[in-house]
Every structure is written in structure tokens, then in C-alpha cells.
Ligand binder design. Structure first.
Ligand SMILES: [Zn+2]
Length: 275
């Protein structure tokens, strides 16, 4: 692949970096990244990856844009309310950078389709907002030997890590082996989220993805980064591969994908507003 003059100019601030250069930029343009979710995390992730010239970006989201999403999901605008999030996202990314081929998946990600989808990609980004999807994505990435860049946010906090068990690191289940019972951990819908925190965590996911593609620096493999916006502090926890992990351990119990039940999530505005 030869960069055109326009591409050399568009990506000049990437290419100027010795760690990227023309060869790295060509690598980015050839790379294929799959984003689970086009919401609070998926928005900054996809925007920065598209801007950087990641050549193929798959976006899966079965939701429609709701007015309450706009406080943090910066890919969607007021006139997108009611439209498919995946389509809304793809339109913005194509306008940002026509070099990028955006592939849209409006269907729900399930155990029946996920392996077939992700096998066409190099890296998977999890920006989902629920545990059933989070565990499904982790397990599918393990079986398909795909690097998983995982992010999670709640209230003023966020967590990021990179899981690459096929290269020796831990998987998400080494950290949290089983799905928590429904209702034990509140969702953003129930507990709130400061929109800019999604921006920070999603942007860190984008950085880790670009580093993985370019094979530069030290990524968060084996490390969980925990960010707190109220104290503006970052903590790091080492995560080792767990020999007892039900998925990637020595005697794994999980041999196939599981569709966990999606918990019912109704917003009770009266409890939020105290009325
Ligand atoms: Zn594991």
C-alpha cells in the first residue's frame, strides 16, 4: 500500500512520530478493529481510531439513540434521536475520514454470531454497558485468539486493561471469574456517569489499540488501570493469569460461549429526581 500525497498530509502528525512513520501509518490503514458498542466508550474510541486512519472499523450496537445518551455519547447528535446508533456512528466516522471503511452491525451480539464476526478483525474493543455482553466478548476473544481492549465506567470511575491470553497474559475472567448476580453492580443507567469520564477511558482504549497495532510501547497487558475523576488519581493493579480461571486456566470449565440473560433495566425517574 502506497500512501497518497493527501494521506501523507492528513496523517503527517502521526508520520512525524518515529514510532509510527510511513510504515506505521500504512499498518494502521490496513488494520481492522471491532468496537462493541457505539455509546459512551465506543464514541471516543471510534472517533480517535477513525481520525488516526484505522482502515476498517466494525461497529456493533443494536440500540437507538436516546436523548439521555447525548450527555456522553459524543458520536450522536440531537437530530439522531430515535435512529440506529450503529448507523449514526458510521455516518459521523465516514465524514471525519473517508479513508475508513465502517462496517455496521445493527443486530444484537450473541453466542451465535460473535465468533464469526470477530474472526475478521485484528483487535476487539469492549465498550458494552452490561455484564452478559462483557463476558461473551471476553470468551469469544479467547476462543478466537483476539486481543481485547476492555473498558468500563461508572459514576466518576473507570477501568481499562488489555487482555491477550493467547500471548500469555490474563483474560477478563482471571480478574472477575464469574458474572455478578443481576442487580449487584449498578449500571450507568441506575447509578449515573460523568460524561467526560467516558471520554477519558474510551480515549485510553483508543491509545492502547493504536499501540497494539503499531507494536510500540508497553500496553496494559497484565495491568488494570483504575481511574478516579473525583480525586483525579490513577491506580494500577497487576493482574496475573489465574491457573484456576474457568476459561483460560489449567482445567477450564467453560468450553463454549454462554448467552447470559440480559437483566431488565428500567429507569425509574421518580427515584432519580426524588419525587
Ligand atoms: Zn482467564
Amino acid at each position: 500500500m502506497e500512501l497518497t500525497d493527501e494521506q501523507i498530509y492528513r496523517y503527517s502528525r502521526n508520520i512525524l512520530l518515529p514510532e509510527v512513520g510511513g510504515v506505521g501509518q500504512e499498518r494502521l490503514l490496513r488494520s481492522r478493529v471491532f468496537c462493541v458498542g457505539a455509546g459512551g466508550l465506543g464514541s471516543p474510541v471510534a472517533l480517535y481510531l477513525a481520525a488516526a486512519g484505522v482502515g476498517t472499523i466494525g461497529i456493533a450496537d443494536s440500540d437507538q439513540v436516546d436523548i439521555s445518551n447525548l450527555q456522553r455519547q459524543v458520536l450522536h447528535f440531537t437530530d439522531d434521536i430515535g435512529r440506529s446508533k450503529a448507523i449514526s456512528a458510521s455516518e459521523k466516522l465516514e465524514r471525519l475520514n473517508p479513508d475508513v471503511n465502517v462496517i455496521v452491525y445493527e443486530e444484537m451480539i450473541t453466542k451465535n454470531n460473535i465468533r464469526n464476526i470477530i474472526k475478521n478483525y485484528d483487535i476487539v474493543l469492549d465498550g458494552s454497558d452490561n455484564f452478559p455482553t462483557r463476558y461473551l466478548v471476553n470468551d469469544a476473544c479467547y476462543f478466537e485468539k483476539k486481543t481485547l481492549v476492555s473498558g468500563a465506567i461508572l459514576r466518576f470511575e473507570g477501568q481499562v486493561s488489555v487482555f491477550k491470553p493467547h500471548a500469555g497474559g490474563p483474560c477478563y475472567r482471571c480478574l472477575y471469574s464469574e458474572i455478578p448476580p443481576a442487580g449487584m453492580i449498578p449500571s450507568c443507567q441506575e447509578a449515573g456517569i460523568l460524561g467526560a469520564v467516558a471520554g477519558i477511558i474510551g480515549t485510553i482504549q483508543a491509545v492502547e489499540t493504536l499501540k497494539e497495532i503499531l507494536q510500540i510501547g508497553q500496553t496494559l497487558i497484565g495491568r488494570l488501570l483504575i481511574f478516579n475523576a473525583l480525586t483525579m488519581s490513577v491506580m494500577e493493579v497487576k493482574v496475573k493469569r489465574d491457573p484456576k480461571c474457568p476459561l483460560c486456566g489449567e482445567s477450564p470449565r467453560i468450553k463454549d460461549l454462554i448467552d447470559y440473560e440480559q437483566p431488565e433495566c428500567e429507569v425509574d425517574l421518580s427515584s432519580i429526581l426524588g419525587t
